[in-house]
Design a protein around this ligand. Structure first.
Ligand SMILES: Nc1nc2c(c(=O)[nH]1)N[C@H]1C(S)=C(S)[C@@H](COP(=O)(O)O)O[C@H]1N2
Ligand SMILES: [Mo]
Length: 406
């Protein structure tokens, strides 16, 4: 739509200027036609994504999965959501990629080449759940600005890399270190080279966990470009914004990292629950850390037609940030009664857990299947929207799908 408007507004001469050469038969071009050279590349081909993925924005690229696409135990690239804040770096030179450590809590800044990181430190592989803090934003009212994620901004891939803590120990950090902040090679949409699109981080305690990786592989291959090639910080169980892609620097801070999107209402929620629409003072906004308990039904697909008497196995995943999910239930009667699902243990800490349940329906008609996870502390997903917050984060309401029995 936007592209057509654009073509309708600009003159032939301007189009030629953009292309850097005149369009020879331009006067014969159909009205509103956009020359191929100016059309956006097909994002599905560009990023190797399934055609059923949903593009939410193209500047920057943001794309989410639909629930049924996330049925795999380990999320393959083609179903992994993309969340970018800026422009994906171009001309990445992995051979000469480096990671620099600096900041108040480093006596001597040090730079490691990617090759050195790979050869000097032991490699580890973990399945790590990454969910965007804004997943589920589309349901909030009053609505929150930003990408209107529904349920598909979550993934759990196999990440391979070295432990950040092994590198920090090698480097030697000061006793006043409290936080780390990443810096990356993506560029600000404005084109201003002095601005970073995003530079977030985590407290040192999270940075030192065994599962916190400087990853160079995803699902056994180089990390796909959109997901941070050639080097990515992965902090499972926390808002995925903490997992910096294309990282080239980590600052070890003696205070909470103050990079782009660390302050204001970015990735923060009111420290205490507020009424919808409330204006919250900056000083009462707290940084999101471990993500809340949540689950997703990935089979059947919402809208499925099922045969009367047919037994089906519903399945999906459940996760709870730093915690384990201890119970998984489903309801067929709008939450009046709940039945227990079989729930697997996570492959490792911070990996999502798979659930399934055999169900059958007694009558023809419309049904909804609701799913509810409970974490190890006994906290369950709310049935409807949880606490409203200005940026629409942390919607962990029960996932619901509709099916028809015929
Ligand atoms: N350098 C960089 N890292 C980034 C981002 C970004 O825009 N630039 N987006 C963050 C956000 S908000 C999310 S939700 C995740 C998305 O990861 P994915 O695109 O691999 O799914 O990356 C995080 N890391
Ligand atoms: Mo995000």
């Amino acid at each position: 739509m936007k592209r057509r408007d654009f073509a309708a507004r600009v003159s032939l001469g301007t189009l030629g200027t953009i292309l850097g050469t005149p369009i020879v038969y331009g006067h014969l071009m159909p009205k509103d036609y956009v020359p191929l050279a100016l059309q956006n590349t097909d994002p599905f081909k560009l990023f190797n994504k399934d055609k059923e993925m949903v593009v939410l924005n193209d500047k920057p690229w943001n794309m989410e999965a639909r629930a049924h696409l996330l049925n795999d135990a380990i999320t393959p690239n083609r179903y992994m959501f993309i969340r970018n804040n800026g422009k994906i770096p171009e001309n990445i030179d992995a051979e000469n990629w480096t990671l620099t450590f600096d900041g108040e809590a480093v006596a001597n800044p040090k730079t490691y080449s990617l090759a050195e990181l790979k050869s000097k430190f032991k490699h580890y592989t973990y399945q790590l759940t990454l969910e965007c803090g804004g997943n589920g934003r589309s349901e909030f009212n009053p609505p929150a600005k930003g990408n209107q994620w529904t349920v598909g901004a979550v993934s759990c891939a196999n990440w391979t890399g070295v432990r950040l803590r092994d590198v920090l120990n090698d480097l030697g950090i000061s006793s006043n270190a409290v936080y780390i902040g990443y810096h990356a090679a993506d560029t600000h949409l404005s084109g201003d080279p002095t601005k970073e699109p995003i530079s977030r981080g985590v407290p040192l305690t999270k940075a030192m966990q065994e599962e916190t990786l400087l990853a160079f592989q995803m699902n056994g291959n180089d990390i796909p470009l959109a997901h941070g090639y050639p080097l990515r910080l992965v902090c499972g169980g926390w808002p995925a914004s903490a997992s910096g892609k294309w990282i080239n620097k980590i600052s070890i801070r003696n205070k909470v990292h103050d990079g782009a999107k660390m302050g204001g209402s970015s990735y923060r929620v009111p420290c205490e629950t507020v009424a919808p629409g409330t204006e919250v003072d900056k000083s009462n906004m707290c940084i999101i850390e471990s993500m809340p308990v949540k689950s997703l039904i990935t089979y059947p697909k919402s809208g499925a037609l099922l045969k009367l008497g047919q037994r089906i196995n519903i399945n999906g995943h459940a996760w709870a940030g730093e915690l384990e999910v201890s119970r998984m239930e489903y309801s067929l009667d709008f939450g009046s009664t709940w039945n227990v699902c079989e729930l697997k243990k996570p492959a490792n800490r911070l990996a999502w857990q798979h659930f399934n349940a055999a169900i059958s329906f007694s009558k023809k008609g419309y049904y909804e299947i609701w799913a509810r996870a409970t974490d190890q502390n006994g906290k369950s997903q709310p049935m409807v929207l949880p606490g409203w917050n200005p940026k629409g984060y942390l919607n962990n309401a029960c996932h619901r799908i509709a099916v028809k029995v015929v």
